[in-house]
Ligand binder design. Structure first.
Ligand code: KIV
Length: 272
């Protein structure tokens, strides 16, 4: 039976854990649509995260708070269809798991059934530990997310570096251990000092995936539009841009507009 034949190349939870055990770094990027997922998967990205940052990159909101589970499901279906090898995770949006364990289970089960993705990511530590533990018990792989948690932007008053002081750093370390104990297979560390990123990484047997958390984490994640140079003036210190697609797209579209206006496109060779 075809469905019982496992694909050795597909990135799974045991493979991600093995990467940490063998000292292989995990390369993760965000993706929100079929076309980009296909390109990133072909490039060998290990994990494609359908981030709630789609609220910013796809929908143009200034925070991640407005995006809904329905919207995340639509994005994720496209990413799953474009992916053969990478693990695909859906980032549980604000309002889909905060009110109760039951709500978290209902949302995550819906995600798995309706998208075919491989697991979910959830922001938070102690305050959501029962929900995370229950999802893991249900067989749903969960990636945790500590440090800067963009769904808390209103409580923080901005997107500044987190865990600079000892008290917050101690809470973060305790939360990381709790997430591991609850069964998370990995944890994102966002915008924290590099020394703390190293400390947490050394304390855990599950991989840490950093974004603005320094070079010592077990893997890295970036928002794909940011690393491709499509996010305008958004150039935080932690970001490395690997292409300048923003300029190239504007230049190409500009060229097209000129061609159309001057009746240079299409030619007869480009016509039927
Ligand atoms: O939503 C997102 O893109 C994220 C990553 C930055 C980790 O949570």
């Amino acid at each position: 039976m075809q469905y019982l034949i496992s694909d050795d190349h597909k990135i799974t939870v045991p493979r991600i854990l093995q990467m940490k055990a063998e000292g292989e770094k995990v390369a993760m990027l965000t993706a929100y649509d079929y076309t980009m997922a296909r390109l990133l998967d072909a490039a060998g990205v290990d994990i494609l995260l359908v981030g709630d940052s789609g609220a910013n990159t796809m929908a143009g909101y200034s925070t991640t708070l407005p995006i809904t589970l329905d919207e995340m499901i639509v994005y994720t279906r496209g990413v799953v269809r474009g992916t053969k090898r990478a693990m695909v995770l859906l980032d549980m949006p604000f309002g889909s798991y905060q009110s109760s364990v039951e709500e978290a289970v209902k949302s995550a089960v819906r995600v798995i059934k309706e998208t075919g993705c491989d697991g979910v990511k959830m922001e938070g530590g102690l305050e959501h530990i029962n929900a995370i533990r229950r999802l893991v018990e249900c067989g749903i792989p969960v990636m945790g997310h500590l440090g800067l948690q963009p769904q808390r932007v209103n409580a923080y008053g901005g997107f500044a570096l987190r865990a600079k002081d000892e008290a917050e750093a101690a809470r973060l370390k305790a939360d990381a251990c709790l997430l591991q104990e609850a069964g998370c297979f990995a944890v994102v560390l966002e915008k924290i000092p590099a020394a703390l990123g190293r400390e947490v990484t050394n304390a855990l047997h599950i991989p840490t995936i950093g974004i603005g958390a320094g070079p010592y984490t077990d893997g890295q994640v970036l928002v794909v539009q940011d690393m491709l140079g499509m996010s305008g003036d958004f150039r935080p210190k932690f970001l490395r841009t690997y292409a300048n697609l923003g300029e190239q797209i504007t230049h190409a579209a500009n060229h097209y507009v000129a061609d159309v206006k001057q009746s240079e496109f299409p030619t007869l060779e480009e016509s039927y």
